[in-house]
Design a protein around this ligand. Structure first.
Ligand code: ATP
Ligand code: MG
Length: 444
């Protein structure tokens, strides 16, 4: 992209006394990197999401640094530094469990150096440039502000401050060109709008329908990383609603989008409740696992497929395990969910029918299953499906409270399919009534 094709904003330098970024909110590691680069005679800036979040009064989860030092020059300055990435060469400076990403200013020339563009897509970007050029190849204006460690001012090349003030995301340059260069920018628009509670500028949202299919050309491993940022950083429900509203969900989670399109209200409630519970766990500092989240997102398709196959005469266990394998394999072509998580997802699904088997040995075996907790949380979400499911969830919640002997005495040695006296009504089996689940569950 030619710098002259920029939106025509003049550089604005906001001095220390006119902005709210204070060094006490910047990590020690990031400050050390900035100072060391600066003392060695290089330009050193905090950049991107950290500057944006600090200006909004938030606490950035990672700090990125931009500099005119090349990766090799950065490496010479820091013992605790490793160079990573071929597509986008970077230096990682490591302090304990904190990694500061140090990127050399990128240039904008398509012709020179180590920059490769295939069908408009940037597949390699290692051309060094000036800070002005670096600002223009960033995605949104609010992400292109630089905090200068030499005088503590903020440099705004593209009108990011104004966008922060108006709570809007403008893409830098021509939206269609920028999405073709990197389709993940569409997901970033939805994610940042959800995270920051910003609007997406209509010009930035307009190409989603036409260019969304380009997401199928993105490496599935990168989409997995992006899906964690969308759903497991505390604003999963809003990200989901934003992706769905922008028409992007179907390019990332086709099975989820299909199940929702079938108009299954209970399934939407189950997904929304699952995401809400996950967000709540994150805000309480509890652990969350991607397996539970993906199990929630793909449940509708697995369940419907298993039911279809059973109605065609397939045996129950076989139908469930094949449905799970089929849905997981389709999903992994888009989003590379690591094997350890797909195994856990398949277990969570496979345990669901076992909750209906109220018989002494089976109940105790299920309670002792290593995946019981996640499967039980999942069962609670399924209270959205029917009143019978809600009652089943209550029954298992109560059963876990009872001393071993009391529960054993209350349970039949054989399955009797009805009244088990644990002090709560036995799980109902046939009645179906859909309503919002009352209980809280979550990813464990
Ligand atoms: P968060 O950290 O909240 O997820 P972020 O904006 O910091 O949001 P990062 O992935 O940490 O996201 O990226 C840091 C910065 O790098 C961004 O603010 C932006 O300036 C730039 N950037 C990241 N991804 C892209 C992209 N696909 N295209 C252009 N610039 C990008
Ligand atoms: Mg960041």
């Amino acid at each position: 992209m030619n710098p002259k094709a920029s939106p025509g904003h003049a550089l604005s330098i906001i001095p220390r006394e006119q902005h709210t970024i204070s060094r006490k909110n910047i990590s020690k590691a990031a400050l050390r990197v900035l100072y060391r680069l600066n003392e060695a005679g290089y330009d050193a800036y905090l950049v991107g999401g950290a500057v944006r979040d600090l200006l909004l009064g938030g606490h950035p989860k990672d700090f990125d640094v931009a500099t005119n030092a090349t990766p090799d020059e950065v490496k010479k300055l820091f013992r605790n530094c490793r160079l990573i990435g071929r597509r986008f060469r970077l230096a990682h400076v490591v302090y304990g469990n904190e990694i500061i990403e140090v990127a050399t200013f990128r240039g904008t020339s398509d012709e020179e150096g180590d920059r490769h563009v295939v069908d408009g897509r940037i597949v390699r970007d290692n051309v060094w440039g000036s800070i002005e050029e670096d600002a223009l190849r960033r995605d949104f204006r609010v992400n292109a502000m630089y905090y200068d460690i030499s005088d503590f001012s903020v440099r705004d090349y593209v009108g990011g401050m104004q966008d922060l003030h108006n709570r809007v995301l403008h893409l830098i340059g021509d939206p269609a060109t920028r999405y073709r260069e990197d389709p993940v920018r569409m997901l970033r628009a939805a994610r940042l709008a959800a995270k920051l509670n910003f609007r997406i500028d209509p010009k930035a949202a307009a190409p989603f329908a036409e260019l969304g299919p380009l997401l199928s050309g993105v490496a599935p491993a990168r989409l997995f990383d992006e899906s964690l940022k969308l759903f497991l950083t505390g604003h999963g429900l809003k990200s989901f609603q934003m992706l769905e509203g922008c028409g992007l969900l179907k390019f990332m989670f086709p099975a989820t989008a299909r199940a929702i399109r079938r108009g299954d209200r209970a399934l939407c409630m189950l997904i929304e409740q699952g995401l809400e519970n996950t967000d709540a766990r994150i805000s309480e500092g509890k652990s969350v696992t991607p397996a539970f989240l993906f199990a929630v997102l793909l449940w509708g398709e697995v369940r419907d497929l298993a039911h279809t196959w059973m109605s065609h005469g397939k045996d129950g266990n076989d139908a469930w395990s094949r449905a799970a394998a089929h849905v997981v394999s389709e999903q992994c072509q888009r989003v590379a969910i690591p094997r350890r998580f797909t195994i856990a997802m398949e277990e969570i699904w496979a345990l669901q029918p076992r909750f209906e088997q109220i018989q002494r040995k089976k109940v105790f075996r299920l309670l002792a299953h290593p995946r019981f907790r996640a499967a039980f949380d999942f069962l609670l979400l399924r209270g959205a499906e029917s009143q019978a499911m809600e009652e089943l969830g209550r029954w298992w919640a109560h059963a876990q409270q009872l001393p071993h002997e009391t529960l054993a005495a209350a349970l039949p040695a054989q399955h009797v399919g009805g009244d088990v006296d644990t002090g709560v009504p036995a799980p109902a089996r046939k009645r179906r009534r859909r309503r919002k689940p009352a209980g809280k569950s979550g990813a464990s």
